[in-house]
Design a protein around this ligand. Sequence first.
Ligand code: AHR
Length: 500
Amino acid sequence: MPNSRITLDPDRTTGKIDNRIFSGFLEHLGRAIYDGVYDPGNPLSDDQGFRRDVLDAMRPLRMPFVRYPGGNFVSNYDWKDGVGPKDSRPVRADFAWQTSEPNTFGTDEFMDWCKTVGTDPMMAVNLGTGTAKSASELVEYCNHPSGTYWSDLRRTNGHSDPHDVKLWCLGNEMDGPWQAGHVPASEYALRAEQAGKLMKGVDPSIETIIAGSSGNHMPEYMEWDRVALEYTWDHVDYISAHRYSRNENDDTPWFLAEGVEIDRIIEDYRSLLGYVRAVKKSSKQVYLSFDEWNVWYRARGGSHSKGGWAQAPHLIEEVYNLEDALVVAQYLNSFIRNADVVKIACLAQIVNVIAPVLTNSDGLLFQSIYHPIVRYAELATGDSLTPVIDGPEYDAGERGSVPSLDVSASYESSTGEVAVFAVNRDPGNSTTATVSVNGRSVTNADPGWLMTGDDPKAFNDWAAADRVVPSTCTVSVEDGVAHMELPPMSIVVATMGTST
Ligand code: AHR
């Protein structure tokens, strides 16, 4: 069995891990809201209509922020349709997903849901068909204490305290021809600048995120981002990146090397942010908000993506397997390793729609990807250490020879605790790894957290909900070094104490 060495050094760090990388995303799409988080009348729901089983499933994910209300949906959404007495809210035809939107869940219901879960809202404004004025009115509705038209309307609607929304996305995927109100980058930059100016005028404490390219497959990838960033640099705080990983050719070795591409995208943004900062001779820093990421390729197109004007149809309900869970873990590894650039990341999405949990009217199912996210969110705190890996490579097909191990690590300097998050991407070979920490000895280790299996396509369903679930593995300590075994296609999370 090949050996791997993972060497950590408390001085080799990319800085504090921002827990906002464990955020989520909830869109008016399919059964994400209706039948998902909001299901009034269902015995599983509380008196606000929120599904209690969904609330319970969300809490271990520890999402500090949830982005809302879209996604593509936001680009033709009028937030004013979704506030006030429910019986006077209009039913609208949603352009993005061709569904009927009843608007019985809107801004105030979302804020109440966030409070009940214990997360904070991250709002997106409509810069497709919406105006800068309407966007700033939403900030006034949400954040202004009282005494103005929109803040008083919020109070009339039952919310005397401001919602205090800190993070605001200036539109969504405006580079995409599918997007309502899609425009060239230069036009989007003007819209974003004007909306952001009015929004920060209403509440100078908010932070804004401009919409970067919707993916590195887009013809204007990086050029769109450069134009938008150069124009808005002095007034924005983050630029967004999106990626949905795909294994359409059913090539597991290739797909399991997806982390290489995720790293590459973050490197692209690191370079661009540095370039624009230099061109601007600026002392401020803009960071990356990776605010849509996941695996998504099976439930795409046709009836998966267009709802035939039904309310809450089954749309893009991707079923996740073991190999997807390994890719999800690599996203998190990359966000952790790049803690100096990636400050926010939102799993897309949270319920039913490309989500870690699925609901039916009687209950809830945990998909494979749920489990590693829970474990990472619990343990990835403190400093991000940059692991030096000495170990085998495997043949990832068109991606070439790729290191078998994809690793991130966190370090709590006050306690000396280290957590190692390791994915063995090699579908055929296990590896034995030693973990050493420069200048410190590993003193003890907890049993490791392990997710693995023989079948990369194994998935959970209502008949067998525990085909892909975590188990434990041995992490031993000898002479100040930890030892563990990583089976083929595995995620191992090891926590250990260290001292000088
Ligand atoms: O998350 C599903 C969709 O993917 C979002 O609405 C859009 O922003 C992206 O293309």
